[in-house]
Design a protein. Structure first.
Length: 146
């Protein structure tokens, strides 16, 4: 409750005084690094007292990252373009995640989801292969989030 209230009172890019008289950010945008140049956006939320920070998936997009230059005419970063191009270059015709999972292949999208959900990439692959977990990023939209 306190963390949610403090987040509401402040933004990730500006310092503000909260009701508690403390000046500072409530959360910081961080990235968890995977292989294949995978960077999963997370929020490291500061708690009061001696409580350790809480790390949650950040759904806010690149607009909350002070290091990202935003240009509405260019659109979102195409984070999946290299992954898609690599598959096209290999001659792959079927781009479905289930196709790769059934072949035992962990795609970059599966790794992204695994990091985001705090699961092993093998678990995500196996769940997709037996259709327990389904996610289908649209292969023709490289800026879509896995």
């Amino acid at each position: 409750m306190i963390v949610a209230l403090k987040k509401w009172l402040t933004s990730s890019n500006k310092k503000a005084t909260s009701l508690f008289g403390r000046i500072g950010r409530v959360y910081e945008k961080i990235y968890l690094q995977g292989s294949h140049d995978i960077r999963v956006p997370m929020k490291e939320i500061t708690q009061t007292g001696n409580n350790p920070p809480v790390v949650l998936y950040d759904t806010s997009g690149p607009h909350t990252d002070p290091d990202v230059r935003i240009n509405v005419k260019e659109g979102l970063l195409k984070i999946r373009s290299p992954w898609i191009e690599k598959r096209k270059a290999s001659g792959t015709k079927n781009f479905s995640q289930m196709h790769f999972a059934k072949k035992g292949i962990i795609t970059e999208e599966m790794e992204f989801v695994a990091i985001r959900e705090n699961l092993s990439p093998e678990f995500v692959r196996d769940e997709i292969a037996v259709a327990v977990r389904l996610f289908q990023p649209i292969s023709i939209i490289p800026s879509s989030n896995p």
